[in-house]
Design a protein around this ligand. Structure first.
Ligand SMILES: N[C@@H](CCC(=O)N[C@@H](CS)C(=O)NCC(=O)O)C(=O)O
Length: 208
């Protein structure tokens, strides 16, 4: 039994969808980000960064949404959420997960929390939006040449991760859905029962 500390529509959504895709037994604990619960001592004891998600795995709190999705894919191989070591798609899988985690998600952090970077918030947000738009271009090109999923023929946690981030761009100057291959990917992922169930449980407004 896993416990996911989450906030609606936050980085925890990737883990929530992955748990459902795996059919893994779990319970949810909502963290009130607006009320600052993530900064309180009880939550900081679980997650010293004061971020969601935190996933309790075998009694231990674990962090980082990308790592948690990869861990779940590994612990539940029957769900086929990731290419296993030695398979042909493994290198692309690792590359894309780390690309989303290292290049795309941090740009969203700058967009949503420009004050953390210091400097002029408008300039920081403009730079973040440009980086995010470049990422959409890169992913759209990839899907055009080798779709329909980001790893080609097989759905994986990479698709869920990308679509979660795409959703975050809905109020940016050029949202992901402006790119036709990405809009197609969003439609595929959000039609899956796991995404729909997570979105409903988290109370997210309809998207796309
Ligand atoms: N690197 C972390 C980042 C998580 C993160 O930025 N979470 C945001 C919500 S999407 C958060 O907890 N924000 C609350 C805060 O920073 O006070 C991960 O990928 O899990």
């Amino acid at each position: 039994m896993y416990t996911l500390h989450y906030a609606p529509g936050a980085a925890s959504q990737l883990v929530h969808v992955a748990l459902l895709e795996c059919g893994a037994s779990h319970r949810l604990e909502r963290v009130d980000l607006e009320g600052g619960q993530q900064h309180g001592p009880a939550y900081r004891a679980l997650n010293p960064h004061g971020h969601v998600p935190t996933l309790i795995v075998d009694g231990r709190p674990q962090h980082e949404c990308a790592a948690l999705a990869m861990l779940l894919a590994e612990r539940h191989p029957e769900a086929a959420l990731a290419p296993m070591p030695g398979s042909a798609q493994r290198a692309d899988y690792l590359e894309l997960m780390l690309y989303l985690a290292n290049s795309v998600q941090p740009a969203f952090r700058l967009w949503f929390y420009p004050q953390e970077a210091g400097g002029d918030p408008t300039a920081i947000r403009n730079a973040a939006a440009a980086r995010i738009e470049n990422a959409w271009r890169h992913l759209a090109t990839r899907l055009e040449s080798a779709g329909p999923w980001l790893l080609g023929d097989a759905f994986s946690v990479v698709d869920v991760y990308a679509v979660m981030l795409m959703r975050w761009s809905r109020h940016l100057p050029r949202p992901a859905l402006a790119f036709a291959p990405l809009a197609d990917l969003a439609a595929r992922v959000t039609a899956r029962p796991a995404w729909r169930h997570a979105a409903e449980t988290e109370g997210l407004p309809a998207w796309p």
